[in-house]
Design a protein around this ligand. Sequence first.
Ligand SMILES: [Zn+2]
Length: 105
Amino acid sequence: MSVLLDDMDGILFWTQIADLRVVSGCACGCPTVDFRSGPEEGLELVADAKVAGTDGDAVLLFARDGVLDRLEYMWVGGPPPTTWPSPDMLVEPRRPADVTLEVSD
Ligand SMILES: [Zn+2]
């Protein structure tokens, strides 16, 4: 994730990374992890990147109320991936333009 955020210049979230703890994973076997428990509602996409050499796989970073909440692996076709792609595989990282970043410090 640090690579994703570095590439994104998403340093507003950088200070949260040291304190992130995985509280739950995904039951399907994919590497998606949650950093906070809670409802799905209110999650905002704050960063994403495509995975090179795939049919459209992507890594998605979500936050709720300015706090990092979930790192999700979205994949296209086939069984769930079981590991994260290497950071060098992440391409075209972006932060959606319509997301308002508000992080209180
Ligand atoms: Zn899953």
